[in-house]
Design a protein around this ligand. Structure first.
Ligand SMILES: Cc1cc2nc3c(=O)[nH]c(=O)nc-3n(C[C@H](O)[C@H](O)[C@H](O)COP(=O)(O)O)c2cc1C
Length: 213
């Protein structure tokens, strides 16, 4: 075989090797094989509970609230309501009075994600407010991460004691239910996102048919 023949054979083998590598890496971790800013933000978001002293300006808070209100909503009812807490003494109160929200003391701000139970469906559809406010909460967390902020979702609803204490503290009317308190600030230090990928959580077409796409 001439030199050019060897070269073509070598190139062909190289191509086969590269395409094999690409296929196996994309099967193992499809998210890593796609270069996309949104996917990157989703995969690198993690709960942040330690913050620097840097404050969060009102335009940034507005952006977070815009992102929250862009969430999907059952029947497009948009029953979400938000109480933004910027007052340091209130953040400290939350940090000192709720066992799982100690980080609030050091946060620059917090957003209490609420639902207006009069603004959603009547009857059994009423509970859709929780899904709507949850979708808004995840949007807010992702927007915060995309803007270089760190945030953590702290659950309030359905724990009656927390709901009552937040309602009293914020002077909420009966129809407004606090669902979560999202503490926000610029992160102090580096965070490592958790790898939660687990194929065993997935079924295709029916529960029994494992491994079939
Ligand atoms: C409904 C809900 C309630 C949560 N409540 C708290 C909380 O009260 N305090 C807290 O520190 N983290 C809370 N978290 C955050 C979880 O601990 C966190 O999302 C989980 O450990 C996974 O970590 P990651 O967000 O870094 O992926 C809550 C998350 C959800 C979705």
């Amino acid at each position: 075989m001439k030199n050019s023949g060897y070269l073509i054979l070598l190139l062909a083998l190289g191509l086969v090797f590269v395409s094999y590598k690409w296929r196996s890496s994309s099967q193992a971790d499809p998210a890593a094989a796609v270069s996309n800013a949104t996917i990157e933000d989703i995969m690198t978001r993690t709960s942040v509970r330690a913050y620097s002293d840097r404050s969060v300006d009102s335009m940034t808070i507005d952006t977070l609230l815009h992102a929250a209100m862009a969430a999907p909503s059952a029947g497009n009812k948009q029953p979400w309501r938000f109480v933004v807490i910027t007052d340091k003494s209130r953040l400290k109160y939350i940090g000192e009075n709720f066992r799982t929200m100690k980080m609030a003391t050091g946060a620059a701000t917090a957003v209490v994600m609420c639902g207006d139970v009069n603004a959603t469906f009547p009857g059994e559809g009423r509970e859709y407010w929780v899904q709507d406010v949850s979708a808004a909460s995840e949007n807010l967390l992702l927007a915060a991460h995309a803007l270089g902020l760190g945030a953590v979702w702290c659950g309030i609803y359905p724990q009656t004691e927390r709901v009552d204490k937040f309602s009293e503290m914020l002077g909420l009317p009966d129809s407004i239910v606090p669902m979560a308190c999202i503490c926000i600030g610029y992160p102090a230090g580096q965070q490592t996102p958790k790898d939660k990928w687990n194929p065993e959580n997935i079924r295709y077409n029916t529960w029994e048919a494992t491994g079939l796409r």
